[in-house]
Design a protein around this ligand. Structure first.
Ligand SMILES: NC(=O)c1ccc[n+]([C@@H]2O[C@H](COP(=O)([O-])OP(=O)(O)OC[C@H]3O[C@@H](n4cnc5c(N)ncnc54)[C@H](OP(=O)(O)O)[C@@H]3O)[C@@H](O)[C@H]2O)c1
Length: 264
């Protein structure tokens, strides 16, 4: 039975990916900070799919967490065949008014932890001739950066490019690498960053996707070894527009986004 490590599995897209992988016959290692939510999900997965889900809590804002997490997995005698770097959050108050510690945490959780976990776990996958890596990036990584959540888009662009490089390096090894780039998705994300009311008012229901849909698209894309996938037709139109428009016009497009959210 292959085993997949999913970060940020206590909610949203991470929990949805856990359910999809369990349904496909994978065992799971679930990590995040909230133990109770992870344990409830592990119990649900055992009851529904009969797959084992091991819970190991970690705060990925701690630079030592990736190595400690892998050590804890090894201590339990588990082998990691798949890795989903999904944990993430944003800050929407603007670059200068956000606590620098929050920016450090963003970079650590969403950029440095995925790099560290890939570096620690990918060699074993290559050696065994089988592996799956999904980096949960964002449509924001394909767009010009927005004011307000200034670092979020650039971090996600990094993940998309890093996934492309890993995909190239992994060709022919049996290891698949995919950057999953969702648009607006119904999860706890916008509650955590405090923008729920604004985004719900600014963006109609049809622009929102469910975490389950995003997870299924991500699973299929990684099985097909697509280096990048963006769920949803409208999100793909926006991605194409951002590529085709001259920089100035593309910046105006996302400038409109920041104004709608009353951030600038
Ligand atoms: N929702 C969207 O519209 C959207 C769109 C594009 C991309 N994404 C990306 O999708 C990914 C998942 O987000 P989501 O929408 O599912 O949000 P969510 O429901 O808020 O889930 C975020 C997950 O990340 C975990 N996490 C946050 N900080 C962490 C830390 N310091 N250490 C360990 N785990 C941490 C949370 O767990 P704990 O709080 O228990 O630690 C939670 O499990 C993120 O990378 C996000 O950027 C989301």
């Amino acid at each position: 039975m292959p085993t997949i490590l999913i970060t940020g599995a206590s909610a949203g897209i991470g929990a949805a990916l856990a359910r999809v992988y369990a349904e496909k016959g994978w065992d799971l290692i679930l990590t995040a900070r909230r133990e109770a939510a992870l344990t409830a999900l592990a119990e649900e997965i055992w009851k529904t799919h009969g797959q084992t889900a091991t819970v190991i809590t970690a705060d990925l804002a701690d630079p030592n967490a990736p190595a400690q997490l892998v050590a804890a997995i090894t201590e339990r005698g588990l082998t990691v065949d798949g890795l989903i770097n999904n944990a993430g959050f944003s800050r929407t108050d603007g670059f200068l008014t956000t606590d620098p510690a929050a920016h450090d945490a963003m970079l650590q959780v969403m950029l440095l932890a995925p790099v560290a976990l890939s570096r620690l776990l990918m060699p074993g996958m290559v050696q065994r001739g089988f592996g799956r890596i999904i980096n949960v990036a964002s449509l924001a990584g394909h767009m010009p950066a927005t004011g307000g959540d200034t670092l979020y888009g650039p971090i996600k662009s990094f993940l998309i490019k890093a996934s492309q490089g890993l995909w190239l390096e992994a060709r022919g090894t049996g290891v698949h690498v995919t950057a999953l780039c969702p648009g607006y998705t119904l999860t706890e994300f916008h509650d955590v960053n405090g923008s729920r009311e604004e985004v719900s008012a600014a963006y109609p229901a049809w622009m929102w996707q469910t975490a389950e849909h995003v997870a299924r698209v991500g699973y299929e894309a990684c099985e097909a070894n697509r280096p990048q996938v963006t769920p949803g037709a409208m999100n793909n139109v926006m991605k194409a527009l951002a590529k085709l428009l001259p920089n100035g016009a593309a910046l105006k497009m996302v400038g409109g986004h920041a104004e709608r959210l009353d951030r600038l």
